[in-house]
Design a protein around this ligand. Structure first.
Ligand code: NAP
Length: 446
């Protein structure tokens, strides 16, 4: 609820009385809580306010683009305080209050960077004190001393502590946090997957998507761990950087040479994992009743990021030999040399030649995806006992899968890989092994 108090005048008169910024934040939070409490007697009401202070001055919402540029150029390269005040009222009486102070160190921004930021974010941030939303652009900061929820304006941990004191029967859990990091990231389906599991399992926590430009990946990641994240999924273009960032890595992440999952362990160090191959194999083994990886060679099309994980995973489950074919042959040669001498590279135009031998056929190119070019692949000679799978899940059934089905092959689509690869991360961050089921699949496809 937005209580519509006259924040500007209250702040002005308190400032004139030389009130400390923390007292101003506390008073504003109190005014808001009281206003709502009057209309909601018997309810517990939380009032919140945040004040940004730099060099003793309170920075409010920027009045114009120019004002935002001025405030960013003053905050750039400096540390400011973000004061978060929370009060709880019941029956118009204060029950509890809390002040949290976060120290936010903004990286130095050039005038051109500030101009670009204002051009991109003005509409979003014109209502935000100081002109930023930390969750949207955490890479504006190189270090933060504080807690994610305080910075977001709601000091969840202390609030839960208070609520658990007054009602000891059903203690609330402190929420856990995870996110997917990429650049861009808006297209990611991971928040829907993890959000569904959090809700379904009644877990207190949040999973969000954060866009981080590659140049600021390490600093921002360090800072996000510092403010309380349990871990992350990592996607393009950060997978290699994520592996290098970690203190230690799973053997499969090491072999793949990239990480898609980062986990903060109980002793505070960072472990990297790569669950793409796990997701791929689990998808095949749960969807197919007949697939036998050891039955014979596999043919893998594509030598991009996804192919690395697929090759390692296929060898790990006992595929005796892999034919690898990619439009850019050199990329396939490099991958084969790096991973195993059980991989034989074949020219892109010769990929059909090995179809009679292959028992597993995988498309890990982006060809056949909605909006992309078609995969030109003649299945006339395919082994009818082969299992054919496509990593693409939009469309759900690609032309490759339709053609393979038409030739009597068993086929498996790519959506299950996306869902299964998310399982190990969720279990590590939130402490419950989630289920991949039809309900989740339907949700992700809508
Ligand atoms: P990537 O690193 O960009 O690799 C793209 C691959 O597609 C490369 O092998 C590239 O060949 C090939 N390619 C692109 N355009 C081509 C064309 N016109 N003709 C021939 N080959 C072409 O991408 P990625 O991360 O490996 O992902 C590949 C696909 O898998 C994407 O569609 C992605 O959505 C899907 N995927 C699905 C899941 C899942 O969970 N189901 C997970 C990961 C990826 P060159 O080397 O010659 O460029």
């Amino acid at each position: 609820m937005s209580p519509q108090i006259d924040e500007e005048n209250i702040t002005k008169s308190l400032s004139a009385e030389q009130a400390a910024p923390r007292d101003i934040a506390d008073t504003l939070a109190e005014h808001k809580a009281l206003k709502i409490s009057r209309k909601n007697l018997d309810c517990w009401v939380i009032g919140c306010d945040q004040i940004l202070v730099f060099e003793g001055e309170i920075f409010g919402k920027p009045a114009s683009r120019e004002a935002l540029k001025d405030s960013l150029s003053r905050l750039s390269g400096q540390t400011h305080r973000l004061i978060t005040a929370n009060v709880i009222y019941k029956d118009c009486k204060p029950q509890w209050r809390h002040i949290a102070i976060s120290y936010m160190s903004m990286r130095s921004m050039s005038a051109a960077e500030i101009d670009a930021y204002v051009a991109t974010y003005w509409q979003e941030v014109k209502q935000a004190a100081g002109g930023y939303h930390f969750e949207r652009t955490p890479d504006l900061f190189f270090a933060v001393r504080g807690n994610w929820f305080d910075i977001m304006g709601l000091s969840i941990g202390p609030i839960i502590g208070f609520l658990n004191q007054i009602d000891t029967n059903n203690p609330y859990q402190n929420p856990k946090l995870a996110a997917v990091l990429g650049h861009p990231i808006a297209q990611s389906k991971s928040p829907r997957i993890h959000g569904h599991w959090l809700e379904k399992n009644g877990i207190s926590g949040d999973y969000i998507a954060i866009d981080i430009p590659p140049a600021h990946f390490n600093d921002t990641l360090n800072m996000l761990f510092d403010v309380g994240f349990s871990g992350f999924n990592v996607t393009i273009p950060h997978k290699e950087q994520a592996l290098a960032f970690a203190d230690h890595m799973s053997p499969r992440a090491q072999r793949i040479g990239a990480a898609n999952t980062l986990i903060k362990t109980d002793i505070g160090d960072i472990r990297a994992d790569n669950t793409d191959g796990y997701g791929f194999i689990t998808n095949l083994s749960t969807q197919s009743e007949t697939w036998q990886p050891k039955a014979g060679p596999a043919l893998v099309l594509g030598a991009g990021g996804a192919a690395r994980a697929i090759l390692v995973a296929l060898l790990d489950v006992g595929v005796p030999k892999i034919y690898l074919s990619n439009r850019t042959r050199a990329r396939a040669d490099d991958l084969a040399a790096e991973i195993s001498d059980l991989i034989e590279v074949i020219d892109w135009q010769d990929k059909e030649d090995v179809l009679p031998e292959a028992f597993t056929v995988v498309n890990s190119t982006s060809l056949g995806m909605t909006g992309k070019a078609a995969l030109d692949f003649d299945l006339t000679d395919i082994n009818p006992h082969a299992l054919v799978t496509d990593l693409i899940y939009a469309p759900l059934e690609t032309q490759l899968l339709k053609d393979a089905r038409g030739r009597g092959c068993e086929v498996v689509g790519g959506i299950g890989m996306l869902l299964h690869q998310a399982v190990p991360g969720f279990e590590a961050w939130f402490g419950t092994r989630p289920e991949v089921d039809q309900e989740l699949e339907a949700l992700i496809l809508t």
